[in-house]
Design a protein around this ligand. Structure first.
Ligand code: DQA
Length: 141
């Protein structure tokens, strides 16, 4: 089995970006943690980040072709992107939507997600552990 972890805009800045909201762990730290979990379970890890919406669409389609579930932090595209919703639906892919921050406790514009209706489930508010919990949701028996 494999899991594709897809990260959207500005997540390359984790660690320096608004640390009071997003913490001090970097995206590389999160990748390292997931790589450990994957190694322990014999799961292949594809871990990516892009600031460009179309890359995220391409990678969701790719996961669909591979039959791999996706852990998706779409960043701000969560709140704007019908294209990502369509990609998830079109690819028929299992998606766990994740957010580091509790988007429901923040600005009102973060409280609507175009991803959620297409997602298998949503995990928000636990920092890097949101990704770990998403992995557990997919692979813990
Ligand atoms: C985020 C929450 C989004 O609202 C924001 O635009 C992000 C990060 C999170 O992980 O908490 O870029 O997805």
């Amino acid at each position: 089995p494999a899991v594709h972890v897809i990260n959207g805009p500005n997540l390359n800045l984790l660690g320096v970006r608004e640390p009071s909201i997003y913490g001090t762990a970097t995206l590389d730290d999160i990748k390292t943690r997931l790589a450990e979990l994957c190694a322990a379970r014999g799961v292949d890890l594809v871990f990516r980040q892009s600031n460009h919406e179309g890359d995220l669409v391409d990678w969701i389609q790719e996961a669909g072709r591979a039959g791999a579930p996706v852990i998706l932090n779409a960043g701000a595209y969560t709140h704007t992107s019908i294209a990502l919703y369509d990609a998830i639906k079109g690819a028929g892919v299992t998606v766990v939507e994740v957010h580091l921050s509790n988007v429901h406790a923040r600005e009102s514009f973060r409280q609507h997600s175009f991803i959620s209706p297409a997602a298998r489930g949503v995990i928000a508010g636990f920092g890097p552990a949101s990704y770990v919990l998403a992995f557990a949701a997919l692979f813990e028996k």
